[in-house]
Design a protein around this ligand. Structure first.
Ligand code: ATP
Length: 224
């Protein structure tokens, strides 16, 4: 099933989305106001056009109505990002993802009906911070303002113990939703399952609880 996408704004973020979607064989309409950017993507995307997307007439002419999902990756110019999102919404685009520069920008985007708002720099910063605190924290995904999912590698403190021994739910208020052992993923781990060093646990919980869990059980082995 080949889906149609449009990426507006071909900076590092939009450009990388455009490149990856194209590599995966998707139909991508790449749009930027800057001629050089469009030139860069003319052999990568299915179509690459120079356009100012704050102009409703231009958007209509591009036939953007037929696109399943539009990604607005105009970062610096918040006004253009908001206006573009508003136009897309009025044209009835079903899925709109927008890159936000800050919390105020995000609030406005949500109010005008953006379906997904992303903060790549902030989110990547958070992930890297958690990984810097402990190299056993492999990934960190925000679910809401105060809940996250974290992927951690079992070290010395968890090795040889079961979920009952560790009592993660009662002690930290977090849930272990899956355990990866090599290539095998167990999505309904038993409380009696023994965790081995190097196993990967997917844990869900409130940020403050995850933080306690990370500090007490996921700390790097060489810091023990
Ligand atoms: P990144 O952080 O992703 O690298 P950037 O700093 O390179 O972004 P931004 O200024 O955030 O660039 O904008 C991304 C792109 O959006 C730029 O290539 C810019 O030309 C394009 N752009 C800005 N305004 C419009 C507009 N009204 N219509 C179409 N494209 C636009």
């Amino acid at each position: 099933m080949k889906k149609e996408f449009a990426v507006i704004g071909l900076g590092r973020f939009g450009g990388s989305i455009c490149l990856e979607l194209s590599r995966e064989g998707m139909d991508v309409l790449a749009i930027d106001i800057n001629e050089d950017k469009v030139e860069e993507f003319k052999d990568i995307a299915s179509h690459a056009v120079i356009a100012d997307t704050t102009d409703e007439r231009v958007l209509k002419e591009l036939g953007i109505r037929n696109v399943d999902h539009v990604i607005v990756a105009i970062g610096d110019n918040i006004q253009s990002s908001i206006l573009t999102t508003l136009m897309l919404k009025e044209l009835g685009i079903r899925k709109i993802t927008v890159k936000a520069q800050n919390e105020h920008h995000e609030k406005i985007l949500k109010k005008i009906g953006a379906d997904f708002v992303v903060h790549p720099e902030r989110d990547m910063g958070r992930r890297i911070a958690h990984n810097i605190m402990s190299s056993n924290v492999l990934d960190y995904l925000e679910l809401s303002d105060d809940h996250s999912v974290v992927e951690v590698k079992a070290g010395e403190r968890m090795a040889g113990k079961t979920l009952i021994d560790l009592d993660i739910r009662a002690k930290y208020g977090c849930n272990v939703v899956a355990i990866k052992k090599g290539k095998e993923v167990n999505v309904s781990p038993m409380a009696t399952e023994i965790i081995e060093r190097g196993d990967i646990l997917i844990v869900i919980g409130a940020d403050i609880d995850i933080s306690r869990f990370e500090k007490q059980l996921v700390i790097d082995d060489d810091e023990d």
